[in-house]
Write a protein that binds this ligand. Structure first.
Ligand SMILES: Nc1ncnc2c1ncn2[C@@H]1O[C@H](COP(=O)(O)OP(=O)(O)O)[C@@H](O)[C@H]1O
Ligand SMILES: [Mg+2]
Length: 275
C-alpha cells in the first residue's frame, strides 16, 4: 500500500513537472556576474593525512549501517549506490544531497549507508558532509570526536582539514558534535559555495554527500539545494503523506535534479523506489 502511495505521488509530481518544463525558459535564469566569482588558490591537501577512526561492527550495527561489507541487507543500498553513481557519472555530477519532508525519516541513516556503500568501491573517494546543524547526529552515531564541525568551518574558525575524519580509507566525514543555533545564517551564507569548492579542490572527491535538514522545516535547506547537483528524497512508509511528497518533489525540482526517492522504514519488500 505504502509503495503504491509513493509511486502514485511520484507519477503525479512527474506529470506536473513535465507540464512545468514546457513553459520553462532558460533565458529566465540569471547568469552570475563574472566579477562575483572569486576563485582562491587552495593547496592540494593530502587525503592520507586525515585522521582515521576505526569503525567496529558494533558501531556500524548501532548506527544501522548495513553497507560496511557485502551482505543481503546491503543489497538495497548497493543498488541505490549503483543507480545514483551511474546517473552522476553520466551527468558529470559530484554533489548529492539527502533530504526529507520531516525529521526522523532516516536522512542520516541513508546518507551513511550510501557513503559506506560507495566506500566499498576502492577506486572512489567520497566525503559525507553533515549540513543538518539543528539536529546533528553523525559524530554521535559514528563515535567520532572531530575537533570542529561544519559550523566552525563555515565561520572560518577552523580550516576544513582539521574537521574531516576518515571512517574508511576512501570515505571522510565532516560531522558536528553540537547543534548550531545560527544554522539558517550559516547555510544561507556566501561562505558555503567557497568552502565546498575549496574542499573539492583540496581532496578531489568523486562524490560529496550532504546530509541536509528537513525540507519543510526552514528555508535554509531550500537555499542549500542551489549548491548541489542532485538530491535524494527520503520518505517513510508510515509518516510521509502524498501531499508532502508532491510538495518536496516540486521544491527540489525547482532547484536541482531529483536523483530518486527512497522509501524508508518499510517492512515489506522493495524498500527503494526510483524516479
Ligand atoms: N529503516 C529503518 N528501520 C528502523 N529504524 C530506522 C531506519 N532508518 C532510520 N532508523 C532510525 O530512525 C531514527 C531517525 O533516523 P535518522 O537517520 O537519524 O533520521 P533523520 O536524519 O531524517 O532525522 C534513528 O534512530 C535511526 O536509527
Ligand atoms: Mg539526521
Amino acid at each position: 500500500m505504502a509503495v503504491e502511495r509513493v509511486q502514485s505521488a511520484i507519477a503525479r509530481a512527474r506529470a506536473k513537472r513535465a507540464g512545468l518544463e514546457t513553459v520553462f525558459d532558460a533565458d529566465d535564469i540569471p547568469m552570475p556576474d563574472d566579477d562575483d566569482v572569486v576563485i582562491e588558490p587552495v593547496a592540494r591537501e593530502d587525503w592520507n593525512l586525515l585522521p582515521k577512526s576505526g569503525m567496529t561492527a558494533s558501531i556500524l550495527d548501532r548506527a544501522r549501517i548495513v553497507t560496511g561489507g557485502v551482505s543481503k541487507n546491503a543489497t538495497a543500498f548497493d543498488m541505490l549506490r549503483t543507480k545514483v553513481l551511474q546517473r552522476m557519472k553520466a551527468e558529470g555530477w559530484k554533489r548529492i544531497a539527502i533530504t526529507s519532508a520531516d525529521k526522523n525519516c532516516g536522512k542520516s541513516t541513508v546518507a551513511l549507508n550510501l557513503g559506506f556503500s560507495l566506500a566499498r568501491q576502492s577506486e572512489l573517494r567520497a566525503i559525507l558532509v553533515e549540513a543538518d546543524l539543528r539536529r546533528p547526529s553523525l559524530a554521535k552515531v559514528l563515535r567520532i570526536t572531530p575537533p570542529a564541525g561544519l559550523a566552525q568551518v563555515l565561520r572560518r574558525e577552523v580550516p576544513f582539514p582539521k574537521a574531516l575524519v576518515r571512517v574508511r580509507d576512501n570515505l571522510a566525514v565532516l560531522a558536528n558534535r553540537a547543534r548550531s543555533p545560527d544554522s539558517a545564517e550559516l547555510l544561507h551564507s556566501g561562505m558555503v559555495p567557497s568552502v565546498l569548492a575549496e574542499i573539492e579542490r583540496a581532496y578531489q572527491p568523486d562524490v560529496t554527500i550532504f546530509d541536509l535538514p528537513p525540507l519543510m522545516e526552514a528555508d535554509d535547506t531550500l537555499a542549500f539545494l542551489g549548491n548541489v547537483d542532485c538530491a535524494l528524497l527520503v520518505t517513510t512508509a508510515e509518516h510521509t503523506t502524498t501531499t508532502q511528497i508532491e510538495a518536496c518533489v516540486r521544491e527540489i525540482s525547482d532547484r536541482t535534479a531529483l536523483a530518486g526517492i527512497v522509501l524508508n522504514k518499510y517492512r515489506g519488500a522493495g524498500a527503494i523506489t526510483g524516479y
